[in-house]
Design a binder for this molecule. Structure first.
Ligand SMILES: Nc1ncnc2c1ncn2[C@@H]1O[C@H](COP(=O)(O)OP(=O)(O)OP(=O)(O)O)[C@@H](O)[C@H]1O
Length: 201
């Protein structure tokens, strides 16, 4: 495994959350749950350096403040609930997309020729995951990555994400609501309770 790193939060505060500290090891999946509006997405955005926040965030030995924002976000990759598409066709968003990964998530090579406008919400969600991993991030932030998918596709995505992120040694923070999904994918689970995170055993 080439040069893997941990993602570490040290007393991070954003919105109502305060003093959030934990480390995600390379290849580990940590799930984050909590009531609607409790601050899950904002915490992910703070970790991605998209919102001002208190405390420190580290990728390996380097602090977020040592990176230009765009470089941090290339390495600490956020896959938001609503993915953004800036060019007309799917293929224009992919630098390197292993064909086997496309087919694992139910696509064919010709999907790369599709126009963005025709994509269903579930197709967008799966392609956003493929795009994120194709950019060789060093850590991954997933905001409800399977929210628009049917059960079979959810299981397929979960297996693929678990296998690939373990193989690549990526620390993963995964926002999820479904307790069965959390049981299937999480090495550790934190729940937001008020201004704090509580580890769920
Ligand atoms: N830029 C902002 N400035 C101030 N408040 C914000 C900002 N963005 C979001 N909020 C508020 O912060 C709270 C947490 O929002 P967030 O999107 O993180 O919730 P969430 O836990 O992800 O919820 P859900 O499960 O419904 O997606 C909400 O009350 C929201 O209205």
């Amino acid at each position: 495994m080439a040069d893997t790193v941990a993602l570490r939060l040290d007393k991070v505060s954003i919105g109502t959350l305060d003093g959030v500290s934990f480390t995600i090891a390379p290849g580990e999946i940590v799930c984050l749950s909590g009531p609607s509006g409790s601050g899950k997405s904002r915490l992910l955005r703070a970790i991605a350096d998209l919102e001002p926040h208190g405390g420190d965030i580290w990728l390996g030995e380097r602090a977020q403040s040592q990176f230009p924002g765009h470089e941090w976000r290339r390495q600490v990759m956020l896959v938001p609930a609503e993915s953004q598409w800036w060019a007309p066709s799917v293929g224009e968003h992919f630098q390197h997309s292993p064909v086997e990964d496309l087919s694992t998530l139910g696509f064919e090579t010709k999907t790369l020729d599709w126009q963005i406008g025709r994509l269903s919400s579930g197709e967008k969600q799966r392609l956003a995951l493929l795009r994120a991993l194709s950019r060789s991030p060093r850590a991954l932030l997933l905001d409800e990555p399977t929210a628009n998918l049917d059960d079979t596709t959810i299981h397929r995505c979960e297996s693929w994400l678990r296998e690939r992120t373990r193989q690549l040694g990526l620390p993963v923070l995964w926002v999820a609501h479904d307790s069965r999904q959390i049981e299937r994918v999480a090495n550790r689970h934190y729940r937001i309770e008020g201004s704090r995170l509580k580890e769920v055993s």
